[in-house]
Design a protein around this ligand. Structure first.
Ligand code: 3HC
Length: 294
């Protein structure tokens, strides 16, 4: 089945980017969020990105208008009914995801495909909760989805070859670089990237370097676009802690365990860039390292 209409559930950090790139690829997109404020937040972010693209000469104004016109943003699950593919991008919480799929599975046409953008949860647990585990796969995007080239196309034990092919066709249309990943917690990138960020926090706890020194070192010494603590703030400290905890439960290896500093920062509501404070403060013109008093 050719995909012509895509549903995206969740319009946050990842969901708004996925919605935007799908609309830019020419598909009609239905984006579903829980309330009007969240719907407006998602649309606002997309409109800002489109305006920036026009301003920078990367997109014509009428094209940006067409992209915006292809997006239906709603709180109504019913609007997803005739989508060919539904991509889940809600909070990284298995219980919430299962509840969401129960609703979506009962509404969306039988022949449609389902995909999860989970960062760390096993795809099979979501696939098996639906009536179509053969048409269920993982499509793991990276933040910001508008910019990062990679898409991990994840096949779980129940994913049919046909569904996998659809996943690759979708990635192709989006212009992504794709890798075929197995359904192992964290897939390829987070299995390597998450312990790296957690280890940077441990290095900071052990006094190896200051927040800034650790970031400067990895930028200038390994040519990374962001240092690991800036990246942790960018991903979201709550998200990082939650991915680490899922991976620790799965593999029982210390490298995936959340260091005490991360646990405390999350408990304090310091989630990184999205909350305005993490390893850095984001209220001024430039990020300023947070005094953590270690
Ligand atoms: N949304 C859309 N576009 C964005 C954007 C965003 N949030 N942030 C930046 N961009 C675009 C800008 O518009 C700009 O394009 P332009 O020059 O044509 O306007 C381009 O990206 C470069 O942006 P900037 O000049 O502002 O800044 P940088 O050159 O520093 O690039 C970055 C920003 C692309 C975010 C870069 O710092 C980077 O690659 N950082 C690492 C990101 C990363 O590792 N992401 C993966 C996180 S892990 C993950 O997502 C997995 C999950 O499961 C946890």
């Amino acid at each position: 089945m050719a995909v012509s209409k895509v549903g995206v559930v969740g319009g946050g950090l990842m969901g708004h980017g996925i919605t935007q790139i799908c609309a830019q690829a020419g598909w009609d997109v239905v984006m579903r969020e829980v309330d009007d404020d969240k719907v407006a937040g998602c649309v606002g972010k997309i409109e800002k990105q489109l305006a920036r693209a026009v301003e920078k000469g990367r997109m014509e104004a009428d094209e940006a208008e067409s992209v915006r016109g292809r997006i239906e943003a709603t709180t109504d699950y019913g609007a997803l009914a005739d989508c060919d593919l539904v991509i889940e991008a809600i909070t990284e919480d298995l219980g919430m995801k299962l509840e969401m799929w129960k609703e979506v599975d009962s509404i969306v046409k039988e022949e449609a495909y389902f995909a999860t953008n989970t960062s760390s949860l096993a795809v099979i647990d979501q696939a098996a909760s639906t009536s179509r585990p053969d048409r269920f796969l993982g499509l793991h995007f990276f933040n910001p989805a508008q910019v990062m080239p990679l898409l991990e196309v994840v096949q779980t034990v129940t994913t049919s070859d046909d569904a996998l092919k659809v996943g690759f066709e979708v990635g192709e249309k989006l212009g992504k670089t794709m890798v075929h990943a197995k359904d192992k917690t964290g897939f390829i990138v987070n299995r390597l990237l998450v312990p790296y960020m957690l280890d940077a926090i441990r290095a900071y706890e052990e006094g190896v370097g200051s927040i800034e020194e650790i970031d400067v070192a990895m930028k200038a010494g390994a040519n990374h676009p962001m240092g690991p603590l800036t990246l942790a703030d960018f991903v979201g400290l709550d998200t990082l802690a939650s991915i680490g905890s899922v991976m620790f439960d799965e593999y029982r290896e210390r490298r995936f365990a959340a260091p005490p500093t991360l646990r405390k920062m999350v408990a304090a509501g310091w989630y990184g860039r999205k909350s305005g404070k993490g390893f850095y403060h984001y209220s001024g013109e430039k990020p300023v390292p947070t005094e953590l008093g270690l």
